[in-house]
Design a protein around this ligand. Sequence first.
Ligand code: NOJ
Ligand code: CA
Length: 707
Amino acid sequence: MNKLFQYFILFTAFLVITSCSTDHRLTTSISSPGGTIHVATGLNEVGEFYYMVSKAGKTIVDTSMISFDFLEKDSFKSGLEIVTTEATSFNETWQMPWGEQLDVINNYDQLKISLQEKSGEQRLVNIIFRVYDDGLGFRYEFPEQEGWIEAQITEEHTQFNLTEDYTTFWIPGDWDIYEHLYSTTKLSEIDATALRDHPSLAQTYIPHNAVNTPVTMVANDGTHISIHEAALVDYSGMTLQVDPENLDFNSVLVGSENTAYKVIRQLPFHTPWRTITITDHAPGLIESNLIVNLNEPNKLGDVSWFEPMKYTGVWWEMHLGKSTWDYGMTQSMDSWKDTGKAHGKHGATTENVKKFIDFSAAHNIGGVLVEGWNTGWERWIGFEDREGVFDFVTTYPDYDLEEVVRYGKEKGVDIIMHHETSAATETYTKQQDTAFALMQSLGIHSVKTGYVGKILPTGEYHHGQYMVNHYNNTVEKAAQYQVAINAHEPIKATGLRRTYPNTISREGLRGQEFNAWSSDGGNPPEHLSIVAFTRMLGGPVDFTPGIFNIKFDEYKKDNQVNTTLAQQLALYVVIYSPIQMAADLVEHYEANPEPLQFINDVGVDWKQTQVLEGVVGDYVTIAREERETGNWFIGGITDEHARVSTLTFDFLEDGVTYTARVYKDAPDAHWDDNPTAITIDEQTIVKGDVLEIQLAPGGGFAISLMK
Ligand code: NOJ
Ligand code: CA
């Protein structure tokens, strides 16, 4: 380098540094590795920080402000300057121990901006942007600094200043439950407060006109946007308050009635990532790995003690009212009293569980979930004094846990444990070592947890910092005993399965159970074609598909599943989870051996996933290649409208002839009038073949392609 050039570089660096501290217009920006997504940041005239996002020159997020309010300090908001910036690049390929795919590319450009107050306490906060070709994440870092030991955050103000009145797919910003139906409205027409009184939810609290994430939006030009968060650790869940006039979302953290702040942290710490996925079409949203990539690598190492599997369970029969969770109490709500003896309807009996084990063993299903096995169900819902009721080790007298575990092992079927905490978190925390040790001693490697009802301690909400920590601590504790967690009534999925791969699945949506008992008609035919592009973007979903007896009139005349049987099969491929329930009763499967073959064959662990087509809220078709076998499985679903799907098999392996079994709606099928009419035929398929499939209203199709 010659001297003159060296001086030139030094001079330019000087200019950049001085412009950083005096230029209050645009100061710093960064693009994604492929150049598609661009983030620009800066400070306005009063030293407030803003960011903007564009894709291929089109503004997606216009000037959006960021600030924090604290309980005992002034807001971190204005009078700021940018002290340093640092741009770096990152590119790696990592492997999922189980998942929708084996190899994941994690390629981003990063910009770290250090902000400081020019006067007063001169506090420091860093903002880090990671920009991918399909979106971005940004988070706030509170570095160690003199005079600031603890942050008591009363609110985080992250603005998403959107530029169009998007068609928006949303659930309300409920602090206690995600089990709402999705609404489809213009952004400006969102009214979450209208959904406050829900007839079928044991807990709900919607304080603002806000939505929960992932919230997905579609622009007139076909751009798709989904806002969510990644790596939600030791912080409160984020809801997004709607400003209908300005087409803005503004973060509102979930709070607690017990503290004046919403988040308390010792410095140094950082927040979860705020994420914006931006794609040209709906399938791109599902194919994006932004959320998992923004999480830290696997901290548990080898988790091969958990194997993805299909499972059956003593479950749907309780939701239908065929049997009960409890053993010996009267079931009528106005006379909840101990009758002192069994009423004869208890579901979790040794004998019944063995029936499920036999059935599972015969149909390539690896697990049986048993609910209602432990004492305490008499005081499950609606009681204030729920602490101390469940202990997770004491069985009802008609259930022999050791015996069913032994019997299952003999047949190659694992028992799946169930811990319904009834949201009594202090009891559960105290019991965990004992409960997980019992599981480990029996060789049981997964548990479904449940948090029905209002959280105890009173005043906490399911999605606040207290519960975020409870859920995460439970996952870490379980890992010590080689136990994997499938949480119901959980915190939202934010990609932590990358860091803790024993986080196998969760509910966190209106699941199949609503079809059994909700008084609002169950899940409408469009439900899952929205779920695939919203809730599922967060991570695996324990939806519990596979109901064959669609109308179940012998149990519930006024309830039914609002899809065809063929769609129930499609869900094994469309709705991703490493554990997939075959949820119906054994007798309902045995009456339908032909469609059952698909459940027998379908994989649960994938080498790759291709989203072949999709329109949010209308339809989606997904193809997944099974690890180990190289077999492919395809699932397609539609909403209440019939459609024709044209499949081009260009993703198959060259030179291989696949035996394809096609399970599709019969020509006269209909989710309500004729839901079980299914046509099953077999043919051979090679790469490049084209197949046209007719889907009924509320219908679907499933294909197995075996080498
Ligand atoms: C609600 C869960 O979602 C459901 O699957 C479970 O059966 C009940 N709670 C009982 O724990
Ligand atoms: Ca539930």
